[in-house]
Design a protein around this ligand. Sequence first.
Ligand code: WT7
Length: 652
Amino acid sequence: MSQDHGAMDSLLHEERRIPPPAPFVEAAHASDPEVWDRAAADPEAYWAEWARELDWFEPWEKVLEWTPPHAKWFVGGKLNVCHNCLDRHLTTPRRNKAALIWEGEPGDVRVMTYYGLQRRVSKFAHVLRRLGVEKGDRVAIYLPMVPEAAIAMLACARIGAIHSVVFGGFSPESLAGRINDAEAKVLITADAGYRRGSAVPLKNNADAAMEHTDSIEHCIVVERDSHVGRELGVRMKPGRDIWYHELMRDIEGGVDCEVMDSEDPLYILYTSGTTGRPKGVVHTTGGYLTQVHATTKWVFDLKEEDRYWCTADVGWVTGHSYIVYGPLAAGATVFMYEGAPDWPHRGRFWHLCEKYGITLFYTAPTAIRAFMRWGEEWPEKYDLSQLRLLGTVGEPINPEAWMWYHQVIGKERCPIVDTWWQTETGGIMITPLPGLTTTTPGTATRAFPGVHATILNDEGEEVDAGYLAITKPWPSMLRTIWGDDERFQAQYWSKWDGIYFPGDGAKRDEDGNIWILGRVDDVLNVAGHRIGTMEVESALVDDERVAEAAVVGKHHELKGQSIAAFVTVKEGVETGTSLADELKAHVVEKIGAIARPELILFTGDLPKTRSGKIMRRLLKDIAEGRAVGDTTTLADPAVVEALKRRYDEGDA
Ligand code: WT7
């Protein structure tokens, strides 16, 4: 089992207990300590109560139909996600409330009320229809963090098209792979996006991707910055490529919401797994919206007057569930920022918190560790007194970072919600409830009411340390892997009978809190983002000079993990720093910058078992500078000794 050693150590002596602050408790949405028991007694009735907070065109006949591993929630119910996120608010005072406040990295600002956002979405939905997009068709979205990303997603939901958002940092090849897998008909991109002062050439990347796809009929291009677009040499292919603003100018009026079945797909989102090919996680309509709505309200204690900021990119599931669908369904004012936290200076996030009066702030441990390193002087320059709750997601948070967040950002006034969930779970699963839970730095505490999480061993017996397991279906669970239901069954449901296997190690403490210890499979978590070791390995061996590659995660101060690659080259190939740099660049080109190996070590041999399986565990020991574990099963133990010696001598 691969584990984060920092987290392991902290388990042994973490004695701090932080009860929710008294003023917070009095006003919190979730205030009944019996709620977990009540939900556990009848989870279906409990989730149905939440579902009734949404607007349904037709009621469901049955809350849950469970034929493991396939679940149907709110069977027979009809609704539309876009209607629930926008239209239904227009008959309330939220009509004129800011739905979206956006700031671009260069400092440009846009504000959209619920009315204004609905109008744009409805018009854009009309545009998509006109271009021939029908219910069930797939639309790929490859955009920077601009309002049009949310508009495009909601417009798809409005007409029942299935969106597949691809993170703007992914390479043309990754984009092409995702377009092809889903056979997307339309691609929505932008001329450029901003990151750390430079322009990301999204349309140029999209062009490169579209050379390897057959399914795209139209490419809609959002003009982020016409000047920069010209500088980047953006070209529009006649007949295929169309400017977003021209389509929006020429279309008249909007369209109504399509009536969707509760189990109609809402989106596909690709995530890394243990094989080289990313999996298209499929989420559906009624259950998904119910859980993201419920968790947004209770975990963030979202109130009408809040200003909520989740710093994730819409390209990840966090952006789907907790920038767009959950918060808008709950009628929040969502703040969205395009750029990097250290541009043009390291106080940018805190300046934004002050400027927009952010009350609820949700970010990743990797960011918190960077803020820590940059020093307290940055947050201290700004007035953070509006903040009332802090959240984290994406990876285990070490207690030191937790305490820093609590003291320096939250001024010991704000509860911290450490939320465990995954692309596959769709919504938050393990989390404190901020008005009820006494937290301990480093643990996500316990399952959200109505969710059933425990820790099992290989035999499926409850243990205090082993694998995290979800023992009952939950509304926002993935329904399948797009086009590959077998993989869905094998990946998540074959370890135990009818129990979901998330792939994380976990441990329970004396208070009954669940500590997430990191992935137990060949999946890395770099800065809160999942990367499959196999994906990086296939990118490496794709270079003709490489014979074999083994990739492992290496503990990293800021990112949680970084990537270390052990590479053997073919006969006659010269190794050295220039080859290492070229290989790193090759991985970036194949997958994207997030997958760049921090370290490449060339070796004559890789440690293998007698049956030929690469022993990544040993490579990980080497990469993390530990004593190397048991080598008795190796075909040739000398390989490891030689590697370790070279590594320790700094030949990396
Ligand atoms: C993996 C899921 C959920 C959105 C972001 C990541 C790790 C996530 C926590 C947490 C410890 C966490 C797990 C999980 N993870 N949240 N609060 N504490 N680990 O989504 O890319 O699907 O990755 O992230 O290892 O399995 P994802």
